[in-house]
Design a protein around this ligand. Structure first.
Ligand SMILES: CC(C)(COP(=O)(O)OP(=O)(O)OC[C@H]1O[C@@H](n2cnc3c(N)ncnc32)[C@H](O)[C@@H]1OP(=O)(O)O)[C@@H](O)C(=O)NCCC(=O)NCCS
Length: 184
């Protein structure tokens, strides 16, 4: 994603997240961290026939990735585009050497939850009232990344692992400070 993609992304954002759409400033701020040697973000857009039809973003800090947002245009749902974007974001997480990837998803967004489950994400807790103003809880999900082999070459593998690690109880509340409420 580059700055000139922000306008078409915002149009999708307002349609797909009508209650808590990110502002242009939030995307500008994310993109400011996506370039250069110390980059901590990877933002993508998918285009079809010159139109932006999907986007997603990952933040990676201290070996922990966080899916910040992921969305596809309504007329693309069910075509596998969401899965392709998620595959790319997990590939970026591998490049950032993340050991785990977290995300928040509305408890009522079963479609997105199914997508994440297919990739091996597991529920680890809730953030109560995370989505405002609707006061909707977020389900927190986690994917433990497969350790890469000892190699100087960065692994290109985006294969998510089926983690052998026990997860925290799905009912446990998750605490911690947050930046932007995330959409993924
Ligand atoms: C959640 C979201 C990103 C999923 O994107 P998508 O493009 O529909 O995702 P996919 O097509 O990869 O997978 C979705 C479904 O389509 C099915 N599918 C995938 N490829 C397919 C194909 N070629 N033909 C038919 N169906 C297909 C998948 O099996 C999946 O079905 P299931 O959910 O019943 O298991 C999208 O619905 C969206 O943008 N929603 C609004 C924003 C949002 O909620 N974002 C997530 C915030 S946490």
């Amino acid at each position: 994603m580059r700055w000139w993609d922000i306008e078409p992304v915002l149009a999708l954002e307002r349609e797909l997240f009508p209650e808590d759409a990110w502002s242009a400033g939030m995307f500008w701020s994310e993109l400011a961290h996506a370039r250069g040697a110390g980059a901590t973000r990877r933002y993508l857009v998918a285009e079809r026939d010159g139109r932006v039809v999907g986007y997603g973003g990952l933040c990676a800090i201290d070996a922990t990735g966080d899916i910040q947002t992921i969305a596809t245009a309504r007329d693309q749902w069910g075509t596998g585009l969401g899965a392709r974007l998620l595959t790319e974001l997990l590939s970026a997480a591998t490049a950032f050497e993340c050991r785990e990837v977290l995300l928040e998803v509305r408890v009522d967004n079963l479609r997105a939850q199914r997508l994440y489950e297919r990739f091996g994400f597991e529920p680890i807790g809730f953030r109560r009232g995370y989505y405002q103003p609707g006061n909707v809880d977020a389900l927190v999900m986690r994917l433990v990344m497969r350790p890469t082999t000892e190699s100087a070459e960065p692994s290109a593998s985006a294969e998510p692992s089926a983690s052998a690690e026990p997860s925290a109880s799905p009912a446990s509340p998750v605490h911690g400070t947050q930046g932007n409420p995330t959409h993924g």
